[in-house]
Design a protein around this ligand. Structure first.
Ligand SMILES: Cc1cc2nc3c(=O)[nH]c(=O)nc-3n(C[C@H](O)[C@H](O)[C@H](O)COP(=O)(O)OP(=O)(O)OC[C@H]3O[C@@H](n4cnc5c(N)ncnc54)[C@H](O)[C@@H]3O)c2cc1C
Length: 397
């Protein structure tokens, strides 16, 4: 029986395991150095929209939102909150760039609606955007609570026969010439026919163990959750580039606030033993963000902020995800660098990686996302630099 090892039990690794099991891929083992969701997945805001900037991204997200809706029915305890879609909000200065993408959405038959400030207020009375703002509403978008999604997906994968081994760190990728042979952990060598690396922020040190590299950088990102409101907030998740962040309803009548920090430098993850717990939240970001968001949700100024989660976002050199076979090592596949949208991508990425493993090619053309698009020289140069997130690619969701 063929064995596939998946490194990482975040949303990408778990989703890959789930799809591999559905395709009857043989023995599937997920190796996770911490508990399930140890990396960025448990820290995510979980917002999803299909209205991206590239053809491949839009096609992939269409598949992702279809799967979120399906999983909402299949996974006990998980709900895809698609009740109000997802609202992307633009100031007059930022709108023209987005407007250019509308022909792409039309051509790919991706639904959207342009809403004036007045229409937004009429639909969600708690929102009060400035008169000159426009909303791009995505009816297929929404959000997931990571705390519901991760255990539900892991439980389903286990039901389908996947072995998930927590607290097991992969120390080395094992190669036999130009083929992957398995992995080495602290206690054993595990042979495998195929290895899927879903190690996200840890991808650079993991690949280095086999003499491989991709041009990836990681940046700190954080989000905060309020104390309960007297009544539920009735609104879609709102991505607001003009306000450098986003808000969404959260479990228990709370509000979640995510804050962009474009001027922070990249964080080097040099070793597998790096822990995201070493990142400290910056509570001083909250007051200015609350002030900005007061412009669309006046109520936000009255809230207390209870919890913070801080994690890492991973960006590739051209800002697009890296998904597919690693050149030069047959049987090794990567799924990473999802900018700030890896949660949103995950059900589709898992599906594509499983298709690569089982069928050699995915159901959509992923050439724009292949690891092979970067040269070794560009990769080495990029890894040697230190940049801020704003000098990397501006990619929200
Ligand atoms: C604050 C915050 C808010 C966000 N909000 C959103 C959002 O609203 N929408 C959205 O789409 N995305 C969002 N993101 C991004 C999203 O969280 C990530 O893109 C996504 O979770 C990546 O999933 P992953 O499974 O690839 O990586 P991870 O969840 O990081 O999983 C990688 C796993 O691999 C394990 N691992 C690594 N190396 C090894 C090894 N050598 N051996 C064994 N295990 C290993 C790690 O422990 C980890 O659990 C947000 C991120 C943050 C930090």
């Amino acid at each position: 029986m063929k064995t596939t090892l998946i490194i990482g039990a975040g949303v990408t690794g778990l989703s890959t395991a789930y799809h591999l099991a559905r395709l009857g891929a043989g023995r599937i083992i997920v190796l996770e150095q911490g508990p399930i969701g140890n990396g960025s997945s448990s820290r995510a805001a979980g917002i999803t929209t299909g209205l991206l900037w590239s053809e491949t991204g839009v096609r992939a997200r269409k598949i992702a939102t279809k799967w979120f809706r399906h999983l909402s029915g299949e996974l006990p305890g998980y709900t895809y909150h698609n009740e109000h879609g997802c609202l992307n909000l633009f100031s007059p200065e930022l709108w023209p760039n987005r407007e250019k993408l509308l022909p792409l959405y039309d051509r790919l038959d991706t639904p959207y609606q342009i809403l004036s400030s007045k229409q937004i207020k009429a639909r969600w009375p708690q929102l009060n955007p400035p008169d000159e703002f426009l909303g791009l509403h995505d009816p297929l978008g929404g959000y997931s609570e990571p705390a519901d999604y991760l255990p539900a997906l892991a439980a389903r994968a286990r039901e389908l026969g996947v072995e998930i081994r927590e607290q097991v760190t992969v120390r080395e990728l094992q190669r036999e010439g130009d083929r992957i042979a398995g992995v080495c952990t602290d206690t054993e060598i595990i042979p495998a026919d195929t290895v899927v690396a879903a190690s996200y922020a840890w991808m650079v040190p993991l690949l280095a163990t086999a003499g491989l590299a991709i041009p990836a950088k990681t940046f700190v990102h954080q989000r905060f959750v309020s104390s309960p409101l007297p009544e539920a907030v009735v609104l879609p998740p709102v991505n607001s580039d003009p306000y450098l962040g986003y808000i969404r309803p959260a479990a228990g009548n709370r509000l979640l606030l995510g804050i962009e920090t474009p001027n922070l430098p990249d964080v080097k993850v040099p070793v597998m033993d790096y822990r995201m717990e070493s990142l400290k939240e910056s509570w001083d970001l909250v007051a200015p963000a609350v002030e900005r968001f007061g412009g669309i949700l006046p109520e936000i100024g009255r809230l207390k902020w209870e919890t913070a989660k801080v994690g890492l976002l991973s960006f590739s050199m051209d800002g697009e995800p890296i998904i597919g076979p690693m050149p030069g090592v047959e049987g090794l596949f990567l799924g990473c660098c999802f900018h700030s949208g890896g949660f949103s991508y995950n059900p589709a990425v898992g599906c594509f990686l499983a298709e690569y493993v089982c069928q050699a090619s995915p159901s959509i053309d992923l050439s724009a996302f292949l690891p092979s698009r970067f040269s070794a020289v560009d990769t080495a140069d990029y890894l040697a630099t230190s940049i801020t997130q704003s000098q990397s690619f501006k990619r929200r969701l």
